[in-house]
Write a new protein. Structure first.
Length: 422
């Protein structure tokens, strides 16, 4: 009963609770530059990816999100998702660090890079993710669990010496869970401000609190957007995964606009997600446009808007997923196209022999490439958005200046001098 009363105090439109009064909104002052955010996953360091923190050109980035911390559904406790990768993996002394000592764990490696070479970078711990989707609702369904979630999240920020928390709940399924999400956000902001008072003697909102947000009304309808925004630093809008194995027809998964060739006028697109947030009062500079360093495939199909039978093996350990850096080096130029209307690249191959199991017939892959990212940089500027975000870092081609999506986007913004330096 106490927990239900606690949730009711955070009801939509409520301004009467003590927590609401003690936790004033974050400042909405104009942002001095664009953000470029990358999600780095703990599984990136293993085969088949072999991707490490030092591989990212962090002078082109502003924010790193470490994915993921897990939630214990029985207790609400938040803990690192892969202790070995996050804290124990041995990084040998490196030239770029200037330090002659070993560093253990992904987290410490990023902190080292931040301290020695890239002081502008902000590092956040991302909690949740798709594989943790059920643990959010189960791990926050009592007051005791919720408080433990808050306490353990704050403890990790302190212990790891990082700059913030990112929440990735995929997704609240009803208004009640939406209210719980709002309560978590308010409570975390309050605790982060308590940390600031201890450290600085004043509230600066220098600790980041963000969410990875869905980009379509079906999920956003349960969010009290205006109230959540009062306590968030910015929104990482997941404007990808619009189509996949769950779809009825083959489609683009990270298109900016609806395609002229698409048969489904109601197909999802990034522009609709951005405009939904704007319509509900989210400041444009707090919306960060999500982009994909991977494509989603469909097999045995005639192409966009047509039936398909399967999604294929893909290039990773997840069926139907092709890393961008594999796509651009594996398919012939005659098999790669760009839909300017939708702002999406795509592959169409009658026979692909790259899969480990057997050739894929009539393969369609929607993905982001240099052309689509250039257009998205223009869109971010014209819409006065906060910047761009990528899931996940291991899929980009950081070695090739002309093919790197992160660098292409920054150049499209006008260069590194256009980036936010906090």
């Amino acid at each position: 009963m106490l927990f239900k009363k606690l949730i009711r105090s955070f009801a939509i439109g409520s301004e009467s609770s003590d927590t609401a009064k003690s936790t004033p909104p974050t400042s909405h002052t104009s942002q001095k530059g664009k953000r470029t955010c990358v999600y780095f996953t703990s599984w990136s360091i293993y085969e088949e990816r072999n991707h490490f923190p030092q591989d990212i050109p962090l002078d082109y980035a502003t924010n790193v999100f470490l994915a993921f911390a897990n939630i214990d559904s029985k207790t609400g406790e938040v803990s690192l998702g892969d202790k070995y990768a996050d804290l124990e993996y041995e990084f040998k002394p490196s030239e770029e660090s200037g330090l002659h000592q070993k560093v253990h764990g992904i987290v410490r490696k990023f902190v080292e890079l931040q301290t020695v070479k890239y002081p502008h970078i902000k590092i956040s711990l991302s909690i949740g993710g798709w594989s943790n989707r059920e643990n959010f609702s189960k791990g926050l369904n009592t007051e005791t669990k919720l408080l433990r979630f808050i306490d353990s999240s704050i403890k990790l920020v302190k212990e790891l010496g990082i700059n913030g928390i990112d929440l990735d709940w995929e997704y609240p399924q009803n208004i009640h869970e939406g209210k719980i999400y709002l309560q978590v956000i308010k409570s975390l902001r309050e605790r982060l401000r308590e940390m600031e008072m201890v450290q600085f003697g004043q509230i600066r909102d220098s600790y980041l609190l963000t969410i990875a947000s869905p980009a379509f009304e079906d999920k956003l309808q349960y969010f009290n957007l205006s109230e959540m925004d009062k306590f968030l630093s910015f929104w990482n809008l997941m404007t990808y995964d619009f189509a996949g194995e769950w779809s009825e027809k083959a489609g683009y998964h990270c298109n900016l606009f609806n395609s002229a060739d698409g048969e489904d006028e109601d197909a999802l697109c990034a522009d609709d997600g951005v405009k939904y947030l704007l319509k509900h009062g989210i400041p444009s500079e707090k919306i960060v446009l999500g982009m994909a360093n991977y494509g989603r495939s469909f097999t045995n199909t005639k192409g966009l808007g047509h039936d398909f039978n399967g999604v294929g093996r893909g290039s990773s350990d997840e069926g139907g997923i092709w890393n961008y850096n594999v796509i651009i080096k594996s398919f012939k130029p005659s098999e790669i196209f760009y839909d300017a209307k939708a702002c999406s690249a795509y592959v169409y191959s009658h026979e692909c022999k790259l899969g480990k199991n057997h050739p894929e017939k009539n393969l369609f892959i929607g993905f982001d490439n240099v052309e689509s990212v250039k257009r998205k940089a223009q869109y971010v500027k014209s819409m006065k958005l906060g910047g761009g975000m990528w899931w996940e870092s291991c899929g980009d081609d950081y070695q090739d200046e002309d093919l790197c999506l992160l660098k292409t986007f920054v150049k499209g913004l006008g260069g590194k001098e256009q980036l936010l330096r906090e």
